[in-house]
Design a protein around this ligand. Structure first.
Ligand code: SF4
Ligand code: SF4
Length: 160
């Protein structure tokens, strides 16, 4: 036996709903309510005046990288390639040079990070045996106008 399923007809929409006037008035009331609340108590506004005001970041937030320095201002990095090897995004390029100090074997002649590829995983920081690279700048405003500016050079990474 074939069963016929009964389908109920949609109820007729009243004219007031068809005109959306009541719904528009309700929407405007919600907007006005928020507008007046924010006008009388601006501190309750959940937004900030970015970019003039920036949100504080948690202590463990991974921001833009920096290279740490020795007391004489030279990079702590010994160009061991551990960070570049650990980087899953292959975005670190290092060229090693002979350090003038015989106590230090090498130093980075070139140290670039391609921020277009970086995924902010922090593995480069974890892999470094010299504490020479950190992501503690709290800097999250990385957009630039062209792609070339997003390859951070050693000078940028060493700058304060
Ligand atoms: S944070 Fe991750 S992806 Fe970015 S440079 Fe370091 S290891 Fe590579
Ligand atoms: S930043 Fe650290 S891990 Fe990377 S090359 Fe320099 S010393 Fe090695």
């Amino acid at each position: 036996m074939i069963r016929v399923k009964k389908v109920s007809r949609p109820k007729e929409i009243p004219l007031t709903e068809k005109l959306y006037l009541v719904e528009i008035a309700k929407g405007l009331a919600v907007t006005m309510n928020h507008f007046l609340k924010n006008l009388t108590n601006p501190r309750s506004i959940p937004t900030i005046d970015y970019p003039e005001v920036k949100r504080p970041v948690p202590p463990r937030f991974r921001g833009r990288h920096r290279l740490t320095k020795r007391p004489d201002g030279t990079p702590k990095c010994v160009a061991c390639y551990c960070c570049a090897t650990a980087c899953p995004a292959v975005c670190i390029t290092i060229e090693a040079g002979e350090h003038p100090d015989p106590q230090i074997e090498k130093y980075p002649v070139r140290f670039d990070i391609d921020m277009l590829r970086c995924i902010y995983c922090g593995m480069c920081v974890d892999a470094c045996p010299e504490d020479a690279i950190r992501m503690d700048t709290g800097w999250y405003t990385v957009p630039e106008r062209n792609r070339e500016d997003l390859v951070y050079t050693i000078d940028m990474l060493l700058s304060d």
